[in-house]
Design a protein around this ligand. Structure first.
Ligand SMILES: Cc1cc2nc3c(=O)[nH]c(=O)nc-3n(C[C@H](O)[C@H](O)[C@H](O)COP(=O)(O)O)c2cc1C
Length: 181
């Protein structure tokens, strides 16, 4: 058995039936056996407030703790108004503080975006990469994953059933895993 890899999964959608969650389910089901995946809950996080830096609240401490111990963070997100959903930006901000204690410094990360539309969440993906680079995270450069027309890749039960998309995502998993080695 190769070395265990601790991977945090952050889904950038709060929507119960989110397409991003279907993609996350596919990735979990197709992850190598040595990946230990922790899904990071972001829907209970109050908006980041610097006033809490000296007296942090429990949910901030929870995500900071979870993210600080993992080998890598995998983002799966939709695009909101051509950028990163607010809930996703919020957890990134929370985990970047207090100053000097950012969990992102040197952290290996990868980005997947999707959309029912033509552009696959491209703008959100690029914005997310820009934010992560500013925070001195390492970001997997290629393959870039912007899944367009995501509804065409899902069957009626919401399983990611399209073979081309499956093959592409399996290749992504392999590349990410090689990069983490
Ligand atoms: C506030 C809001 C803004 C949106 N902006 C975009 C956008 O800029 N680009 C896009 O492709 N889709 C946009 N959409 C549509 C989303 O792609 C669609 O709601 C999708 O289902 C969100 O992904 P999810 O299912 O993972 O939540 C937007 C949706 C919402 C609610």
């Amino acid at each position: 058995m190769p070395n265990l890899r601790q991977i945090a999964l952050i889904v950038g959608s709060l929507r119960q039936d989110a397409y991003s969650k279907k993609i996350a389910a596919f990735l979990r089901a197709n992850a190598p056996a040595n990946w230990q995946i922790t899904e990071i809950e972001i829907n209970d996080l109050p908006l980041y407030n610097q006033d809490y830096d000296d007296d942090p609240i429990e949910s901030y401490e929870r995500v900071r703790g979870q993210l600080s111990v993992v080998d890598a963070v995998l983002f799966i997100s939709p695009e909101h108004n051509r950028s990163i959903p607010a809930a996703l930006k919020n957890v990134i901000d929370i985990a970047s503080r207090p100053a000097g204690k950012s969990v992102w410094t040197g952290k290996k990360t990868a980005v997947i975006t999707s959309s029912p539309g033509t552009f696959g969440g491209l703008s959100a993906g690029l914005h997310l990469r820009q934010v992560l680079q500013l925070l001195s995270a390492q970001v997997l450069v290629a393959p870039e994953v912007y899944l367009s027309r995501i509804t065409d890749s899902l069957d009626e039960q919401g399983n990611l059933s399209d073979e081309r998309t499956q093959t592409f995502l399996r290749r992504f998993i392999q590349t990410f895993d090689d990069w983490l080695a």
